[in-house]
Write a protein that binds this ligand. Structure first.
Ligand code: IMP
Ligand code: MG
Length: 179
């Protein structure tokens, strides 16, 4: 974790706030009243909190739950293995689920989680990510709602981390590493 730099802002906080409202406007047209929003921790916590506040404008009252999955640790590429570290507690059989993650990268996390929710009897499973790194996909997967497509750089902030750091940034920043 030597001298990397996180000074370059890729998406600022105004742009994020604006896009969150747009996404929720779209979701609100698609979902029923019985919605369970499931956040994938830790990366989704800030995005999910803003999505929830935005649902208020539509008088939609989702239930909420969290799923903690194994993460990269200090590495910047996925091991390919997805493991449940902490499971949801809500009964999801017959409910409409909105799965929320910070970023869609190889696609393994959301592919795994969506399949799991369907196997457990969810009525429908929609997926929502703030960022989409399409170029990195290893399994065939597209999210239903995407905030911003981005090129293949490692990013932090607004919940996203490098070695569990920089989640507090109110914007998305590019991480640059020394050669
Ligand atoms: P996937 O399973 O490869 O799609 O990976 C998704 C997970 O990888 C996300 O939930 C993030 O935690 C992590 N991830 C992927 N790309 C980045 C990045 O650029 N910065 C921080 N975390 C990332
Ligand atoms: Mg992460």
């Amino acid at each position: 974790m030597e001298e990397h730099c996180t000074d370059e802002i890729l998406i600022d906080k105004q742009a994020i706030a604006h896009r969150v409202d747009e996404i929720v406007d779209t979701i609100a047209q698609d979902v029923g009243e019985e919605l369970v929003v499931v956040g994938i921790l830790k990366g989704s916590f800030m995005f999910l909190a803003d999505l929830m506040r935005s649902f208020h404008r539509h008088r939609i009252h989702p239930r909420i739950d969290f799923l903690t999955l194994s993460s990269y640790g200090a590495a910047t590429s996925s091991s390919g293995q997805v493991k449940i570290v902490h499971d949801i507690r809500e009964e999801i059989e017959g409910t409409d689920i909105l799965l929320v993650d910070d970023i869609l990268d190889t696609g393994r996390t959301l592919f795994f989680t969506k399949k799991l929710m369907i196997e457990r009897g969810a009525k429908s499973v929609r997926t929502c990510v703030l960022l989409d790194k399409k170029a990195r996909r290893a399994v065939e997967f597209e999210a239903d709602y995407v905030g911003f497509p981005i090129d293949d750089h490692f990013v932090v902030g607004y919940g996203l981390d490098y070695d569990n750091l920089y989640r507090e940034l109110p914007h998305i920043a590019k991480v640059t590493f020394p050669d």
